[in-house]
Design a protein around this ligand. Structure first.
Ligand SMILES: CC(C)=CCNc1ncnc2c1ncn2[C@@H]1O[C@H](COP(=O)(O)O)[C@@H](O)[C@H]1O
Length: 265
């Protein structure tokens, strides 16, 4: 068959010919109640589910007061000092008026939710579907379960003014370095990131300085993106001060812009 005469079909913005030609239309498949449900697991359908997760997340979280997201190990035992630190942190954040957002799981996440809840604050858990049975911890007052890690991570950033990171493993490091990268690349600005627990985090800071900085992998100002302390109250104070400073800078630039407009410059 000549190239010109080939059968083709339009599927929305796509044009398909040859072996891409389907043997039924989208409408036929949509209206067909029988048949395989395999299509439910195909990528275009997944996109809708992903979209739905974003819509649900945005809708549920839009009315939160200023919030801080707390990360940390899922494995921390309730009797451990890190758990106690998490509870103190959750309490300090709540007393400063911040909602506390965590991954909704056990360990440090539970600790921060517990502290927030006991101090009368807003305690939020953004859970994740995992291959083993798991439920949101008992101290979560507003909980959302996500299917996709990346959707959930967007919520952690979008609805928080800052991150505080307790000791943790791969999941915690993933969340920490995503946040640092977003700040480093200017995707989020004036976003304090606090590492709580100096004995645990100091070696990482040293490696960042002695290996990353020394080899030119980051800029000299980049290590300053991380604030490290043992004191939950100091962590909260740092967040409050950073916010105040950012608001001040924003106000000054608005005043400057307004007066430039008035002067016609
Ligand atoms: C006991 C166990 C492994 C439970 C896993 N249950 C979880 N539930 C919710 N978020 C989680 C879980 N595991 C990892 N994460 C995410 O990854 C971080 C902790 O991972 P890790 O334990 O540091 O690596 C948390 O801040 C959280 O956002």
């Amino acid at each position: 068959m000549s190239e010109r005469a080939r059968e083709e079909r339009r599927q929305g913005p796509a044009l398909v010919r040859g072996k891409f030609l389907p043997d039924s239309t989208y409408d036929e498949r949509l209206l067909d109640q029988r048949g395989s449900t395999e299509w439910l697991h195909m990528d275009p359908w997944r996109v809708l589910r992903i979209q739905a997760e974003f819509v649900e997340g945005f809708g549920q979280l839009a009315d939160l007061p200023s919030a801080v997201t707390v990360f940390g190990s899922a494995r921390t035992h309730p009797d451990s000092p890190d758990y106690a630190l998490g509870v103190r942190l959750g309490g300090a954040l709540a007393r400063a008026g911040y909602a506390v957002i965590t991954g909704g799981g056990p360990g440090c996440m539970e600790a921060a939710n517990k502290g927030a809840r006991e101090a009368g604050g807003v305690s939020v858990g953004l859970g994740i579907e995992l291959p083993f049975e798991q439920k949101l911890n008992d101290y979560v007052d507003l909980g959302i379960e996500f299917r996709y890690f990346f959707v959930r991570k967007t919520m952690f950033v979008k609805y928080a003014d800052a991150f505080v990171v307790l000791p943790g493993g791969f999941g915690t490091l993933d969340e920490l370095f995503e946040a640092v990268t977003l700040v480093q690349t200017g995707k989020i600005t004036k976003f304090p990131i606090v590492l709580l627990g100096t004995a645990f985090w100091r070696p990482l800071i040293e490696w960042i300085t002695e290996s990353l900085l020394a080899n030119g992998m980051i800029s000299p100002e980049d290590p300053k993106l991380l604030y490290i302390t043992d004191d939950p109250d100091e962590a909260v104070q740092h967040i409050v001060d950073s916010r105040r400073q950012a608001d001040q800078v924003a106000l000054e630039s608005r005043v400057q812009a307004a007066s430039a407009q008035q002067n016609g410059t």
